[in-house]
Ligand binder design. Structure first.
Ligand code: NDP
Ligand code: OXD
Length: 323
């Protein structure tokens, strides 16, 4: 039986890295039962009175088995893993927006930009070879960083990169006004944005419009007159936006100078992927910005409190746009 409390229980369907998550939710929501889906299944608990579910990659059809569901919370900023359910009920879907997550993404993106700009991979190799050799070092202001997706995360990265002296451009569906950042918007301005980009950072959500967008035709439109004479691709958005066969061939034929990839078409990245083998490709295991359990639990508790007190929920996904 689910522990009886005055308040409806919260269901956690978090498949990976469960450590500490249930405890964090119990601390943030001390007056209600926190139920893990796996526990509910093994103990045959009825989920009829679950009104809130916090999910990561829920199995299709899960929501249809929760008759009292009122709000869905995504464990992450992205919601592609939720909206793909054909039986998704018509209830608000709240994504995770939080300064902790944003800060982590800024760290990862800035680190990757600097790793390429400062030629760190070359120095790593030279260190292994005990080789004392300085390579040409263009300054930040000589690079044009183009950020695709100028939302919560893209804007935060843009600010820090601009403060470091990079020329920063951003592309989104709608135009933005940001100090020190040139805004490009919509399909009409995509080619202009790409032709002014030496380092491309993808922070787009995965939707039907952005699936497969990082393909050879797009990569060939990036600038080839920057400091490295070929562009760098950095992707922390979603693997579904990249066509990995194209990225591999662009790395092989010099269309791309290098890449940093945190997300992949298939995760974990299969051992046989050629992407593992490039000197100037940095691979990380979808960890650019992990959701801190305590920050996530505080966010969910705050939104439940707003909802139950008649205030509007924040960070609700626009289902027609898919993000
Ligand atoms: P936001 O919703 O705040 O921003 C999305 C941005 O993408 C907006 O600027 C939006 O434009 C733009 N956009 C969406 N669709 C299009 C399109 N078709 N054409 C042009 N621009 C488009 O999302 P966040 O910044 O919070 O997060 C972005 C993504 O980052 C997440 O969806 C997730 O996939 C990924 N992510 C990855 C993590 C990791 O660890 N690797 C961690 C967290 C997030 P507009 O502003 O005009 O609406
Ligand atoms: C997210 C992620 O969407 O971690 O937050 O990928």
């Amino acid at each position: 039986m689910i522990k009886a409390t005055e308040h409806p229980p919260v269901l956690l369907d978090i498949k990976w890295d469960i450590v500490g998550k249930k405890e964090a939710f119990e601390a943030a929501l001390p007056d209600r039962a926190i139920v893990l889906l796996d526990e509910a299944r093994t103990q045959n608990l009825a989920l009829d009175d679950v009104r809130y579910a916090v999910v990561w990659q829920p199995e299709p059809g899960l929501f249809a088995s929760l008759p009292s569901l009122e709000v869905i919370f995504s464990l992450g900023a992205g919601v592609d893993h939720v909206v793909r359910d054909p039986q998704l009920p018509d209830v608000p879907l709240v994504r995770f927006v939080d300064s902790d997550l944003t800060g982590r993404m800024v760290e990862w993106v800035v680190l990757q930009v600097l790793m390429h700009q400062r030629r760190q991979r070359t120095y790593d190799r030279q260190q292994r070879e005990r080789n004392w050799h300085e390579v040409p070092q263009p300054a930040a202001h000589q690079f044009r960083v183009g950020i695709m997706g100028l939302g919560t995360l893209g804007q935060a990265c843009a600010k820090v990169l601009a403060a470091l002296g990079f020329q920063v451009n951003g592309w989104a569906r709608t135009a933005k006004t940001m100090d020190g950042v040139t805004s490009f918007a919509g399909q009409d301005q995509l080619d202009g944005f790409l032709s002014h980009t030496d380092i491309l950072v993808n922070l787009l959500p995965l939707t039907e419009d952005t699936r497969g967008i990082l393909s050879r035709p797009l990569l060939e439109k990036l600038a080839r007159n920057g400091p490295f004479k070929a562009p760098v691709l950095i992707n922390a958005g979603r693997g579904g936006s990249q066509v990995e066969a194209d990225i591999v061939s662009c790395l092989q034929d010099g269309t791309l100078f290098g890449a940093s990839l945190d997300v992949f078409e298939t995760e974990p990245l299969p051992k046989e992927s050629p992407l593992w083998g490039f000197d100037n490709v940095i691979i990380t295991p979808h960890m650019a910005a992990v959701s801190d359990p305590a920050a996530l639990a505080r966010h969910v508790a705050k939104q439940i409190s707003r909802y139950e007190n008649g205030q509007p929920l924040e960070h609700v996904v626009d289902r027609s746009r898919g993000y």
